[in-house]
Design a protein around this ligand. Structure first.
Ligand SMILES: Cc1cc2nc3c(=O)[nH]c(=O)nc-3n(C[C@H](O)[C@H](O)[C@H](O)COP(=O)(O)O)c2cc1C
Length: 357
C-alpha cells in the first residue's frame, strides 16, 4: 500500500507546532495511519481533519474533543467579547494539551478580542472573509508574532494567492457546497486549482465533506487534509439546539440553498458571500422580498435570535452544507474524527487494488 504522504506535495519547511503536554495528550507525534500528510507533522496532529471555526457554533468542549482525538479543533471567535477570550481558551486547554486554532472573520474583526486572543498564544490562527482594502500582512504578522501558524480560508484562487503572499502558511479551499458563508466555486474544481496556484503551500479542502470518502477525494485532489463544519454541528458537544441538530439529520442535502436573506435580514454586509442554509419557512417567506426584508431588519434580528434560543427550525436560521445529506447520527466529535480516518483508510485500501498491475 502506498503511503498517501508520498504522493502529496511535501512542505519544504516543516515547522511543527509545539504544545504543552497535558492530561492524556501523550506525545505530539502519536502513531499515524495511512492518511498522514506532511501537514499533520506541521500541525502536530494525528489525522488531517480540522474543525472549522464556526463562531458561536463552536464551544471549547467541541474544539478540545476534536484536538484530543487527533484532529485540529478551531474555536470561532467571531462576535465574541474580548473578556471571553482567555477563559474560553483556558477551557480548551483544560480539555486537551494538543494544538488547536482560533478563527476570525477579518471584515468583522473586533480589535480588542483579537488582541486578547493573541495574548493567549493560540497555536493556529485561521482567518476568512477579508474586505479587499484590509491589509492581510498586518494581521498575519501579528499572529506570527504571537507564535501562531496562519491559515486563510477562501473560495477564490486569486484571494488565496494574496493570502499566501501576505504570509499565510496554509490555505483552505472552501467550496460552495459548504454550510454558512461560502463563495460560488464548487469544491471539486476549486481544490486542485488552489493546490496548483499555491503549491508547495498546503491546502485544506472544505465544503461538502462529512466522511472518509470525502477525505480521500480531497487528498486525491492534492489537498493535505479537510476542514469540516456541518458534520461537527451534529455532535453532543455542539451548542446548537437539539431541534437544529435533528434538522441536519433529517436533511437529505437537497434542501439547502445559497441566499442573501440572512445577511439582509440582519443588516450584515458580508464581503462577496452568500450563506448556505436549510430552506425553511423563514427563507421561503422572504425569498424575492429584499426591500421588505430590509425594512423589517430590527424585528427579524430579534425573531431569529428568539428562534435560535427556542429551537424553532422553521423560523430560525440553520446554516448547513449539502453534506447534511450524509449525516445520519449525533455522535461525539472525537468519534467522528476517528471514524472518518478509519473510513478513509478503508477506502484507500479498496482503491489500492484498482491501480495498474
Ligand atoms: C453554522 C456555521 C458557521 C460558520 N461560521 C464560520 C466562521 O465564523 N468563520 C469561518 O471561517 N467559517 C465559518 N463557517 C464555514 C466553515 O468554516 C466551513 O468552511 C464550512 O462549514 C465547510 O463546509 P461544510 O459545512 O460542508 O463542512 C461556518 C459554517 C457553518 C455551518
Amino acid at each position: 500500500m502506498r503511503r498517501f504522504d508520498s504522493i502529496v506535495a511535501h512542505d519544504p519547511s516543516p515547522r511543527p507546532l509545539t504544545a504543552k503536554k497535558r492530561g492524556s495528550a501523550g506525545t505530539l507525534y502519536p502513531k499515524v495511519g495511512m492518511i498522514k500528510t506532511p501537514l499533520c507533522d506541521r500541525l502536530g496532529i494525528e489525522y488531517p481533519i480540522v474543525l472549522g471555526g464556526m463562531g458561536s457554533g463552536t464551544t471549547p468542549e467541541l474544539v478540545s474533543a476534536v484536538s484530543e482525538a487527533g484532529g485540529l479543533g478551531t474555536l470561532g471567535m467571531n462576535a465574541r467579547a474580548a473578556e471571553d477570550a482567555a477563559p474560553l481558551m483556558a477551557k480548551v486547554r483544560q480539555g486537551t494539551g494538543k494544538p488547536f486554532g482560533v478563527n476570525f472573520l477579518l471584515f468583522n474583526l473586533d480589535e480588542a478580542a483579537f488582541a486578547a486572543t493573541l495574548a493567549e498564544r493560540p497555536p493556529v490562527v485561521a482567518f476568512a472573509w477579508a474586505k479587499p482594502e484590509q491589509n492581510l500582512r498586518e494581521y498575519f504578522q501579528r499572529a506570527h508574532d504571537a507564535g501562531a501558524l496562519v491559515m486563510y480560508q477562501t473560495g477564490s484562487v486569486p484571494e488565496a494567492r494574496v493570502a499566501l503572499e501576505a504570509g499565510a502558511e496554509v490555505l483552505i479551499a472552501q467550496g460552495s457546497e459548504g454550510g454558512g458563508h461560502v463563495g460560488l466555486m464548487g469544491t471539486l474544481p476549486l481544490v486542485p486549482m488552489m493546490v496548483d496556484a499555491v503549491s508547495p503551500a498546503p491546502v485544506l479542502a472544505a465544503g461538502g465533506i462529512a466522511d472518509g470518502r470525502g477525505l480521500v477525494a480531497a487528498l486525491a485532489l492534492g489537498a493535505q487534509g479537510v476542514l469540516l463544519g456541518t458534520r461537527f454541528l451534529a455532535t453532543p458537544e455542539s451548542p446548537l439546539h437539539e431541534n437544529f441538530k435533528a434538522a441536519i439529520l433529517a436533511s437529505d442535502g437537497h434542501n439547502t440553498e445559497l441566499t442573501n436573506i440572512p445577511d439582509i435580514g440582519r443588516g450584515q454586509l458580508w464581503p462577496g458571500a452568500m450563506a448556505r442554509v436549510i430552506r425553511n419557512r423563514f427563507i421561503r417567506r422572504w425569498s424575492g422580498q429584499d426591500s421588505a426584508l430590509r425594512a423589517a431588519q430590527a424585528e427579524i434580528t430579534r425573531s431569529l435570535a428568539e428562534a435560535r434560543k427556542s429551537g424553532d427550525v422553521e423560523e430560525g436560521l440553520l446554516m448547513a452544507g449539502q453534506d447534511a445529506g450524509l449525516i445520519h447520527d449525533i455522535v461525539p466529535a472525537g468519534e467522528i474524527v476517528r471514524r472518518i480516518a478509519g473510513e478513509a483508510e478503508k477506502v484507500l485500501s479498496g482503491l489500492s487494488g484498482m491501480g495498474p498491475g
